[in-house]
Design a binder for this molecule. Structure first.
Ligand SMILES: Cc1ncc(C[n+]2csc(CCOP(=O)(O)OP(=O)(O)O)c2C)c(N)n1
Ligand code: SF4
Length: 331
């Protein structure tokens, strides 16, 4: 699969020449097979399938426990057609680092054929932004030739919809339930892509399965990086978001069109929006009203949410417009 240069038009949502090119350029091989046990309309399972197509078969995956591990490996079956290692909740990045280092040494000693195999560590938001953050930071800091992909469904879904530090403000979860005393989750989503940028890794991106070509291009780019790379993929979870399965793709698009989850990449320090910026962002209520987890919110909380989204989007645009790449800075 070569890199697709077609990009979706923000206003129309149309990928120009998609029919002409996509069928030829996207790998038809499935590396994450059907028959797994994900809920209907699971965005995370779709994202995994797309990621695997972009990675291709010379790949090893270390997968922290979470929905994707639970639904894909019910003994004695597996949905994985790539070498795959189940690891504990906190240590996908640590195990990925070990795999990468091990492969390198075994190649050097001639124990395995000298060919390039990409190591990829994956985890949910709980496994990444909370309990796996230390291992992730270590792997990035040590400079392993490894891609880490966080599949962010915005809570600990497989254990019963507990909040994580990636849960959006105001969402009702089982550990941050909305009620008379609380509007649901009280904190703002932790910005892990920005934490990864601060590690000075060569490639950081945000993505969503609702923009499949954009996502696959980013995975391919990250795969080609010799060194650490990080992709933060928003994964719609109809079950935990109290939304309809049929709205999975629409919700991913609305997250982007409202500015709640902008799609961008940071290549050698240079920020770039990867989906055309709309003239005006859609109101956050377009996104919220389709999800039961926000149903209880009043005018005041929605007003705060909108204000903060505007601010975060403006901060990002500042970076896109002003920050130079490392090479440009060297002069
Ligand atoms: C140290 C530790 N604490 C708790 C657990 C139990 N546990 C397994 S998966 C999980 C939640 C995973 O959430 P997330 O990473 O967001 O993935 P999701 O299920 O949402 O895809 C928890 C709490 C564990 N396995 N290890
Ligand atoms: S709970 Fe959510 S993330 Fe987990 S399998 Fe179901 S839809 Fe997918």
């Amino acid at each position: 699969m070569s890199t697709l240069t077609v990009t979706p038009n923000y206003a129309t949502g149309v990928v120009s020449n998609f029919d002409l090119f996509a069928g030829k350029l996207v790998d038809r091989e499935e590396y994450f097979s059907c028959g797994h046990r994900a809920c209907q309309g699971c965005g995370e399972a779709l994202a995994i399938r797309l990621m695997c197509k972009a990675l291709g078969k010379e790949t090893v995956i270390a997968n922290a426990t979470g929905c994707m591990e639970v639904i894909s490996t019910l003994y004695p079956t597996t949905a994985w057609k790539l070498p795959w290692i189940h690891v504990a909740f906190p240590n996908a990045a640590a195990v990925g680092s070990g795999v990468e280092a091990g492969l390198k040494v075994m190649r050097r000693k001639g124990r395995i054929p000298d060919r390039y195999v990409k190591t990829v560590a994956i985890g949910g938001d709980g496994g990444t932004v909370d309990i796996g953050l230390q291992a992730l930071s270590g792997a990035m800091e040590r400079g392993h030739d490894m891609l880490y992909v966080c599949f962010d469904n915005e809570a600990y879904m497989n254990t019963g919809i507990q909040r994580s530090s990636a849960t959006p403000f105001g969402a009702s979860t089982t550990t941050a339930p909305a009620g008379a005393a609380s509007p649901g989750n009280r904190t703002w989503k932790k910005n892990v892509p920005e934490i990864m940028v601060a590690h000075n890794v060569p490639y950081v991106a945000t993505a969503c399965h609702s923009y499949p070509i954009d996502f696959m291009n980013k995975v391919k780019k990250a795969r080609a990086v010799k060194g650490p790379a990080y992709i933060h993929c928003l994964a719609v979870c109809p079950t935990g978001w109290r939304a309809e399965s049929k709205d999975c793709i629409k919700l991913g698009r609305l997250a982007v069109e409202t500015g709640i989850f902008p799609l961008y990449e940071v290549e050698n320090g240079k920020y770039r929006l990867t989906v055309e910026k709309p003239e005006k962002l859609r109101p956050v209520t377009d996104y919220m009203k389709m999800q039961g987890r926000f149903r209880h919110l009043g005018k005041e909380e929605i007003g705060y949410f909108q204000e903060r989204v505007n601010l975060e989007f403006a901060k990002l645009m500042n970076k896109v417009e002003c920050i130079q790449s490392w090479d440009e800075l060297k002069g």
